[in-house]
Write a protein that binds this ligand. Structure first.
Ligand SMILES: C[S@@+](CC[C@H](N)C(=O)[O-])C[C@H]1O[C@@H](n2cnc3c(N)ncnc32)[C@H](O)[C@@H]1O
Length: 199
């Protein structure tokens, strides 16, 4: 499947709409970020005490809890699965960060992400692309987005990190920074990042 970005400028908002990926919301199952990669993911986003970290599809809450416990941030985890939300709330109590994190049972595509200074994603490529226009237009310039494994196709990341674990598996993570509203779209997109047959 080939994907071409079509770009629409409005007065204040840059919207990038991915075509031919469809608007269907892909089903994403629970598959947690390995514990050993949670720290590197948060460090890639340079999370600190002034941050509000949103994990869209938070699973058992490990990323938001680590952001509060290890980096002093506040956090919001959003997941569709009530059992995982219960588990995350209990884990936050056990970790002593229940006063700094919140877990909401909600559809991540409907979530209000505007308060986030950092958004964490571990979803699917199609889900990242569906979220991309909203992240660009609703987050404040300077907000960071990190994604474990999946990129945002032709939206060029600021940084990419690769890890190889002890079993030889490769892990990728990406960082994007929401640009000022006035940024030309051509500065963001690199069509050569995505070619047919290449993710
Ligand atoms: C791959 S897991 C990632 C979990 C966690 N972010 C982590 O990295 O450990 C994806 C999570 O997204 C959740 N999810 C899938 N579709 C969702 C939706 N529409 N709204 C909210 N959560 C969703 C799943 O329940 C699952 O917990």
């Amino acid at each position: 499947m080939s994907v071409e970005g079509s770009v629409h400028r409005t007065e204040h908002v840059v919207r990038i709409r991915a075509t031919r990926v469809g608007s269907r919301r892909p089903k994403v199952r629970f598959d947690p970020t390995p514990h050993g990669l949670v720290g590197p993911l948060l460090e890639l986003a340079e999370v600190g005490p002034d941050d509000v970290v949103y994990d869209l599809g938070c699973g058992d809450g490990r990323i938001v809890i680590a952001a509060a416990r290890d980096y002093g941030a506040r956090g919001v985890g959003i997941d569709i699965d009530p059992i995982l939300i219960d588990q995350a709330r209990r884990a936050a109590c056990d970790a002593g960060v229940a006063d700094r994190v919140e877990f909401l049972q909600q559809d991540l595509y409907e979530a209000d992400v505007r308060p986030a200074s950092v958004v964490v994603l571990f979803l699917l490529p199609e889900a990242n692309l569906l979220l991309r226009p909203r992240l660009l237009s609703e987050l404040e310039p300077g907000a960071r987005i990190v994604s474990y494994i999946h990129d945002m196709r032709e939206w060029r990341p600021e940084r990419t990190r690769h890890f190889v674990d002890r079993k030889g598996w490769h892990h990728r993570m990406f960082l994007w920074v929401v640009p000022p509203r006035s940024t030309p779209v051509s500065d963001l997109l690199d069509p050569s990042r995505y070619r047919e047959g290449r993710a």
